[in-house]
Design a protein around this ligand. Structure first.
Ligand code: PRP
Length: 199
């Protein structure tokens, strides 16, 4: 796997190979321009689907902070934004399915069109919990955008209406996703050198 030669994020036009992250990055699965192009496509779909409506984007922190910011800029709609912070118990590379709400929404969502924005659906347990929790609050509609999905996570009950990319069943970082709270500020989706996990 080769490193991407184009970067629009940290370090502007620098090659990732010369960045502070280079020794930790094994390879780039999806580069920054690919992410932005896909978000523009999804934003065009969402803009058409919600034309004439007010949409509330609900970002799931922390991972979704990047996709929220970029998606919102591509939408030609009057949107409001709110955030939930959730944390799943488990190790840093595996979720356990037990979800804790660290920060709830600030406003009621009854009778609102709600689009949940996630960075990744892995086991699907976080999203399953969130959808059940939000559905109980009586939104007019409830849909999901996930930038990334792991194979097998496309189960009907998860209702991921807008999906960016499917990624292989490996641990990925960047563009919001972390390992031990690091690498969230990469502008691409990457895999880490095995040595990083051994630290
Ligand atoms: C990640 C990610 C999703 C969830 C997906 O969040 O942002 O919310 O895991 O995993 P699942 O489909 O197996 O439930 P995490 O709990 O790592 O918190 P973070 O977003 O703050 O990094």
């Amino acid at each position: 796997m080769t490193l991407s030669s184009r970067r629009d994020g940290v370090g502007n036009d620098d090659d990732l190979a010369t960045s502070v992250f280079s020794k930790d990055i094994e390879g780039v699965l999806i580069d920054g321009p690919q992410i932005q192009a896909r978000l523009r496509e999804l934003a065009a779909e969402i803009t058409a689907d919600y034309a004439g409506e007010q949409l509330l984007l609900v970002g799931v922190l922390k991972g979704a902070f990047m996709v929220m910011a970029d998606l919102a800029r591509h939408l030609d709609l009057p949107v409001e934004v709110d955030f939930m912070a959730v944390s799943s118990y488990g190790s840093s590379t595996k979720t356990s399915g037990v979800v804790r709400i660290l920060k709830d929404l600030e406003r009621e969502i009854a009778d609102r069109h709600v689009l949940v924005v996630e960075d990744i659906v892995d086991s699907g347990l976080t999203l399953k919990y969130l959808l059940r929790n939000l559905a109980d609050r009586g939104p007019r509609s409830l849909e999901v955008l996930a930038l990334l999905a792991k194979p097998g996570s496309a189960r009907p009950e998860l209702r991921v209406r807008y999906q960016g990319f499917e990624v292989p069943n490996v641990f990925v970082v960047g563009y919001g996703l972390d390992y031990a709270e690091r690498y969230r500020n990469l502008d691409c989706i990457a895999t880490l050198e095995p040595a990083v996990y051994a630290d």
